[in-house]
Structure formats: C-alpha cells, structure tokens
Design a protein around this ligand. Structure first.
Ligand code: NAX
Ligand code: ATP
Length: 360
C-alpha cells in the first residue's frame, strides 16, 4: 500500500520540463521557533526547500529570529509570534481576557501567513508551549483547518508543539480535510486521550487537557493511526511515527467516501505502514525534516495527503539511512538534509522531467 501511495505521489510531483516561475513549485510557511528551540524550524524550512519548494518562510518568536536568519540566508524570517515579554504578560491575565488577546494575535499571525500566499503551512517545530504562543497558534490552526473563506486554503501540517495545541483542544482540527498531523508515540497518546475525554457528554475543555497531560505512550494509541483520525472526526491524515511510520485517514461520517465504505460493510478509510529502511540513529530533528518535506509534497498533492505522507516518510527514512552510511555515529540532522535530493529520486524515480549529463 505504501508503494501504491508513492506511485500516486509520482503523478503529482511537478516536472522541471515545463517552464515555471519562482513560487509555482511551492511556498511553504513554517510557524515555530522559540528561544529554546531555534534549530527545529530551520530543519523543517530547509527540508521543504531541499524537497523542491521554491520559497520558505519561518514565522518565529522575536528572540529566535537572529539565530534562524544566521542558520541560512535561504530562509525568509518573520518575527511574528508573541515575545517572551508578551508571554509573561498574557500568563497573568484572567482567562476571558486571555482569549480576546489570543484571537487578536491569531488574526495578526494569519495576516502574516496570508501575505506569503503559501501552498502549505507547517506548524509546530520548536514552537514551545508558552501560554500566549499556544493560545494564538491554537486559534490560528482552527481557522487554517477550515480552509479559508473559499475552502481553497493551503495544506496544513501539524507537528511537535502544534500537537500540544491539538491535545489541549482536539476540535481545532475537526473538518480539516487538507490537514496532516505527525505525532510520535508520546504525542499520539496525548491526542488519543484528549479526544476520548472530549467526546464524553458534557466534557469541559479542562477534561481534554487533563487527559492529555496524564497520557503515556502505549495502550492509549492502540486504535492506531486510523483510530486517531476517526477520533478527530475523520478527514485528517495521521502519520504515526516510529520504527515504521503508519499513515491513515478515516472518512468524515456522512461523506460520500464513508457511505461507499458502509455499503460494503467496511468502516472505510485508508491505512498502511511505511517500513522503508531508515537510520538506526535517533538524533533530534528528524521529525522536523519529515514535517518540512511533507510541507513541500502536500503543496502538490491536492486532496491526496496520504500519498504525500507516504512519500515524505520514505524519503526521510532513505535520506537518514544514506547519512548514517556516511557519518555513522556522528550523523546529525544537517547530514540528513543534504541527502534529501537523491533520496527523493530513489523513492520517486523519473520525476525531474529533464535529462542530466552524467558526471564522469
Ligand atoms: N534542535 C532543535 O531545535 C530541536 C527542537 N525540537 C523541538 O523540541 C520540542 C519538544 O519536542 P519533543 O519531541 O521532545 O516533544 P515531547 O516533549 O512531547 O517529547 C516527546 C517524548 O516522547 C518520547 N518518545 C518518542 N517516541 C517514543 C516512543 N516510540 N516510545 C516512547 N517514547 C517516545 C521522546 O523520547 C520524548 O521524550 C518541539 O518544539 C520540537 O520541535 C526537537 O524537534 C529536536 C530538535
Ligand atoms: N526506530 C526507528 N527506526 C527508523 N526510523 C525511525 C525510527 N523511529 C523514527 N524513525 C523515523 O524518524 C522520523 C522521526 O520520528 P521521531 O519519532 O524521531 O519523531 P520526533 O520525536 O518528532 O522527532 P524530533 O523531535 O527529533 O524532530 C520518523 O518519521 C521515522 O521515519
């Protein structure tokens, strides 16, 4: 099934045979980066570029902007998230006032996102869990997942600390048909527990947060990636990362896909494992590379986000394996970024569209 999904992905990868202008092969915005974590958004944005997107933005905390700009001149850096000072101020506000401030910050953030005219938005790498940042990003995710006024908004990839926002309020992704979440085992357990708590009659917002905080990786995500997509209301593509990555999308109840599946007596949806050989080394940042590569592929995929996810997982794993073969225990994430181009061609061959002269 993963192989079949990669075949689907080969069909939507844009070719270099046809003339195009800067931006047409993808404009990816990464929302993340804080004083603690400046590497994660760089890895995600560089992965989007190395996968073939033309332009990449990082919208980050003001304190992280200098470090992110210094990482690479390729990145367009906008210090558009709440500052440390703003986080301290908002943390002291009463809850109702905090919500109003969050809505304003989310509108501001979405203004910056829209100005980039993105094909995909990757939210979460290095974002952190400060109260003002989480409140603003949670509200922004909710608006992005609705797909914009005409329903033709960018693809949305939620990773790392954006998944904390989903665990605090699972309903923010409800109805999002062009949304992918990329949890590791711990993040999947939190979201599964929160979604189950939120589904109980008369559940309060705090119940989901408490269930998420208490969740441990293990039995909580036993329903697997398909169960998680279903628990989130269907439509959302889930990439459950691990020794093998599981990609799944449950149909939205009442949709044509759900009715067609129901007629066969099946629950419907799609679920498959990507077990392409990866690296035995688990250096931090591989999840960020996956999220960024997925941002580029999702830009081209239309509705077929399971195919984009399968291709992104296989490419990341292939690149990590190549980097490990060269650098062994010294492998770090920038080594994996350098391998993405050739890994792409091994996973999705014959997608360049132009003949290259062979180097002797
Ligand atoms: N250089 C950087 O700036 C980096 C920043 N990062 C950022 O760090 C922040 C926190 O990310 P974390 O991933 O630590 O999130 P969490 O704080 O939620 O930690 C996840 C935990 O789950 C554990 N885990 C993962 N897979 C597991 C499995 N199969 N079974 C059991 N436990 C498992 C991990 O060891 C980790 O301790 C994010 O903003 C992230 O983007 C990381 O991406 C790493 C690199
Ligand atoms: N045991 C493993 N063997 C091979 N590849 C793995 C293994 N675990 C994870 N991976 C690969 O690494 C990618 C990142 O998964 P990981 O669980 O490290 O995410 P993460 O914790 O979010 O990463 P990070 O915080 O470092 O960005 C996965 O998509 C998967 O392809």
């Amino acid at each position: 099934m993963a192989a079949e999904a990669c075949l689907r992905a080969r069909k939507f990868v844009p070719s270099f045979a046809v003339p195009f202008h800067k931006g047409q092969h993808g404009r990816v915005v990464v929302i993340g980066g804080s004083i603690e974590y400046s590497g994660a958004p760089c890895y995600a944005a560089m992965a989007a570029l190395r996968t073939g997107a033309d332009l990449a933005w990082v919208i980050c905390a003001p304190e992280a902007a200098g470090a992110i700009k210094a990482f690479s001149p390729e990145l367009i850096v906008i210090p558009g998230l709440p500052s440390a000072e703003e986080n301290e101020r908002v943390a002291r506000l009463p809850a109702a006032r905090r919500d109003a401030v969050a809505r304003l910050a989310a509108q501001n953030l979405l203004g910056l996102v829209r100005a980039a005219r993105p094909s995909a938005v990757v939210v979460g790498p290095g974002l952190g869990r400060e109260v003002a940042v989480q409140a603003a990003v949670s509200a922004a995710i909710e608006m992005l997942c609705q797909g914009g006024e005409d329903g033709t908004g960018p693809a949305v990839v939620l990773d790392a600390d954006a998944l904390w926002a989903v665990a605090c309020k699972p309903s923010i992704v409800r109805g999002g048909s062009r949304v992918v979440i990329t949890p590791n085992a711990a993040e999947a357990a939190r979201i599964a527990a929160a979604a189950a708590a939120a589904a109980k009659p008369e559940a309060a917002a705090a119940d989901a947060r408490a269930a998420a905080a208490a969740a441990k990786p293990g039995p909580a995500e036993e329903g697997g990636a398909l169960g998680l997509s279903k628990a989130l209301g269907g439509g959302v593509t889930v990439v459950l990362k691990g020794a093998e990555d599981v990609v799944a999308r449950a149909p939205v109840p009442g949709s044509a896909a759900a009715k067609a599946a129901g007629a066969d007596g099946a629950d419907g949806g799609e679920a498959f494992a990507v077990s392409h050989a990866g690296s035995p080394r688990r250096c931090g940042g591989q999840g960020d590379v996956l999220a960024g590569a997925l941002g580029a592929l999702a830009s081209w995929a239309g509705d077929d986000l399971p195919a984009a996810s399968a291709a992104a997982c296989a490419i990341l794993r292939d690149a990590a394996r190549s980097a490990f073969a060269k650098h062994r225990r010294a492998t770090v994430t920038p080594d994996i970024l350098s391998e993405l181009g050739l890994a792409f061609e091994r996973v999705l061959p014959d997608t360049l569209g132009v003949e290259l002269e062979r180097a002797e």
